[in-house]
Design a protein around this ligand. Sequence first.
Ligand code: SF4
Ligand code: SF4
Length: 292
Amino acid sequence: MRGLIADILPFSVSDGPGIRTSVFFKGCPLRCAWCHNPEDQLPGRQVMVRFSACLRCGACSVCPGGARGSAGEYDMTRCTGCGTCVSLCPAGACRMHGQYMDAEEVASRVLRDRPFFRSRGGATLTGGEPLSQAAFARDVAQRLHAEGVHVLVETCGFVPWEAFQAVLPFVDGFLYDWKITDPQAHRHWTGQDNRLILNNLRRLDREGADIVLRCPVIPGVNDTQAHFRGIGQLTEELPRIRHVDILPYHPLGNDKRGQLGLEKDGFHAPDAADVLSWKEQLQRLCCVPVRT
Ligand code: SF4
Ligand code: SF4
């Protein structure tokens, strides 16, 4: 089976225990305003342009979509992903992001890193949203599971329950994003409300899955007592949540937003005192360990 992969990165130490290889699936059903992988949102290949490397030569002005001007100006909303500019650009400023791969190819790429996994590491399927390509994710997970590799899935949870059912037998745990407790605010900041996400989280818990709740905290969006209380209540209600990870906002996505022709996201990184305060508040409210 083939699927669309954004990237495969070895030596990750932030996507689960030990040293892991992270497989980034392309395509996500949410549009989180603070997303640090905006290049992985669309479910198709797309061009990214390092405008700082552009020579303004105008070679890409033949763009059939009318996205590129003769002096290097651009409107990437008109890009159709045809790849013409990638082949013409003399500066290497344009690149195509995303490639179609076989599940077998993905698994063998991960297995090359197996010596580094030792007893705690493994593979993490992330993205984007890996379960938006559920059959492909299942195929990859099944192949790795058969080789004895520890497999985690990092998910936004906004997928049909059947997507979870597909991978459950081949996955050792889930890194489950919980972004905003209030459904209306969730819709405002991510494009969708959180009811499906909450239902899937509860079902996963009933299935006995191993769950780490991953909570991005964005100043001015969800650094509120009400949301923190909501996280605490989830840890009391759902016994399979092993711990809570705080993911403080990081402006990492802004450079990539620029390469996609998008404005900066407009958020500001918290300072160390903010992060410590969030951790202390959550430690008081949660019945499982809270990590940063
Ligand atoms: S890939 Fe390049 S040439 Fe093709 S539509 Fe997009 S910007 Fe234009
Ligand atoms: S072809 Fe490359 S260097 Fe020339 S204008 Fe387009 S992006 Fe810039």
